[in-house]
Ligand binder design. Sequence first.
Ligand code: FPP
Length: 247
Amino acid sequence: MAFFSNKKSDTDIHKLNIPKHIGIIMDGNGRWAKKRHLPRSSGHTQGAKVFRKIARYCSDIGVEYLTVYAFSTENWKRPDEEVNSLMRLFKEYLNEALRDFKDDSIVVRFIGDKAPFSKELQELMIKNEEESKSRDGMVLNIAMNYGSRDELVRAVKNISQNVKDGSMDIDKIDEATVSNFLYTANQPDPDLIIRPSGEYRISNFLLWQSAYSEFVIMNTLWPDFTTDDLDEAIRIFNNRNRRFGGV
Ligand code: FPP
């Protein structure tokens, strides 16, 4: 099936065209926990383990940019208990990431508005970005308090401000200008966006950047997601005919 698949891959990944930029909506943590009569936070903890494994694997197979959706601008609406457990997990993860991703030369970036996070978490994010910025490996964008509409509103405001103060000519604004005012400035658009857990939604993720991305929806819940699932998504991507609006 072209759009939806849960078949395990039997393809040698190294023979495939590896997407330069992959986006992943890490969905299904809550359902995974519910199926096991566990608190939702257990699903997030397991999801964090899978995230680290998949990030490493992407780096190993030559993905150049990986963007993962960890916390949206809308996720603050969840019960306090769940938000607090996610914040604890982020803190724990960020402390480990400082050590862990060093060996893989992974460059860690956070996309989204850092301001609402605790001072401690903000400092950890900045420290991760600073310490990893001179590495030469895969760029890992972790979307935290990220919303694509919010990102676009910020871009519009910043561009307008530049026009207002005379540093930008309105007639010179083009698509590249908008791209350059997004959190993903200077990065290629995602080639492939994977959504586990069977939901057919974009959920305010990379709306502008995904104009020509290929979508692969998979049944697996994120905490069960394996490197085989990633291989399978890449295999499906390889069978797509990308036309970018042409013929
Ligand atoms: C969506 O599943 C998942 C989230 C809102 C949290 C994603 C966070 C992680 C995977 C933790 C790892 C991230 C880092 C950076 C350590 P859901 O809770 O909406 O699942 P449901 O749809 O089954 O309820």
